[in-house]
Design a protein around this ligand. Structure first.
Ligand code: SF4
Length: 274
């Protein structure tokens, strides 16, 4: 058991058949998740459902399984395919510093002809800039939902600060790596996508958008957070997530499209299907 920023995290190893997993997710062919679990502990973590596929009784965010396999990644199979690292963990979470599973996977992918998309909230991705620079088709998506550091500490307690993420994007860009800002999740009344674009547009090639989905235990956590920190937004959240009113996000989606088209910004709006 290791302590990470005051949280006790149970570390374990798990053997898998293959790091590559086929996916039905939009825009993707394969996903690679080097870990099961994520110590970043974002309040809204949509990946918490993965707990039910693990043997752990600990809460999501309080265990991490380090994936091992002897099988090499079949780079022929993924030629010209789209591969995302990762979808249900941060591949550069704090345990990557010690175990280097993501780095080992990247070493296998250096000569691959696949489009590799790395999604992270961590400055640790810069450790692997030597590999990123050698890769044929690679892009790094840094997730940013808000710019306020104090709010970030409450909602995304264990990931890199916003300042570090902005700096990470800049360094990636300076090194010729394609950069994406993944504005995800769009947290109702909290995420200001225009301000995030303004703060990042000089070193970002593309923007991705996705909305906050709330289910099960993390819905309870987010609702508690809104009740305590932003009681005025309670009705809006109830309308969206209890009454299933799609109007709020439909309007944001229209705004995203208008703003990006007007400002000639390259974008993908994951929840509106554009
Ligand atoms: S970084 Fe992603 S997977 Fe990790 S806790 Fe946050 S939302 Fe979940």
């Amino acid at each position: 058991m290791a302590s990470y920023y005051g949280i006790m995290v149970v570390e374990d190893k798990t053997r898998v058949k293959d790091y590559l997993n086929k996916t039905k997710l939009k825009y993707l062919d394969y996903v690679i998740n080097p870990y099961v679990g994520c110590p970043n502990k974002c309040l809204y973590c949509y990946a918490a459902y993965m707990s039910s596929f693990s043997k752990h009784s600990e809460e999501w965010g309080e265990f991490i399984d380090i994936k091992h396999t002897n099988k090499k990644i079949n780079t022929f199979k993924i030629k010209n395919k789209k591969v995302m690292i990762s979808t249900v963990t941060d591949p550069y979470n704090s345990y990557e510093k010690k175990y280097k599973i993501t780095r080992m996977i990247m070493e296998q992918l250096v000569k691959s002809e696949a489009l590799i998309t790395i999604v992270t909230k961590s400055k640790l991705v810069l450790r692997d800039i030597d590999l990123l620079k050698k890769m044929k088709k690679v892009e790094v998506a840094v997730s940013i939902s808000l710019l306020d550091e104090n709010l970030k500490k409450k909602i995304e307690p264990n990931s890199s600060s916003i300042k570090e993420r902005l700096e990470t994007l800049k360094v990636l860009k300076q090194n010729g790596i394609r950069t994406i800002v993944f504005i995800s999740p769009i947290i109702p009344e909290i995420t200001d996508f225009k301000r995030i674009i303004e703060a990042t547009k000089d070193f970002t090639d593309e923007y991705w958008f996705d909305k906050l989905n709330l289910r099960s235990s993390f819905k309870t956590k987010m609702f508690r957070f809104i009740r305590e920190e932003y009681p005025l937004y309670k009705t809006i959240y109830e309308d969206i997530y209890n009454k299933k009113n799609s109007k709020y996000f439909d309007e944001i989606s229209d705004e995203v499209v208008k703003y990006c088209e007007k400002n000639k910004i390259s974008y993908k709006n994951f929840y509106a299907g554009t």
